[in-house]
Design a protein around this ligand. Sequence first.
Ligand SMILES: [Zn+2]
Length: 124
Amino acid sequence: MKIQATTNIGKTKYVFQIEDEDMEALHLAAVLGNAPDYCPLCKNDKFFALDSNKDKEGNVYVNVVCKKCFAKAKLGRYKAKGFFWHKFEKYVPKGTQKDTQDSPPDNPFNDDIPPAEEPSELPF
Ligand SMILES: [Zn+2]
């Protein structure tokens, strides 16, 4: 069985094809369909974009970006399955972040929320 889910983020329409009855993928589509549409930092409620990027380990990170102030809301994943949106975080341009030590980049997720274990299964 194939399920098609659509969501609009900003002016862009995203269509997700989900194979079989994958409840986790269904949940992901539902969460993506409820992407944040209000940025409390600049009161923007209209202009957003979906953004994703890969780190060196191949983990995929999905964000909704506020097109007015570039704040980002990250898509997080619960250990016990399921997805959720982090709150918008203020955009800090690269080079202005204060690195006190030469440690590897922080895991962009909270410590108790590991990155997706099987990012290749994410529909991006
Ligand atoms: Zn904003």
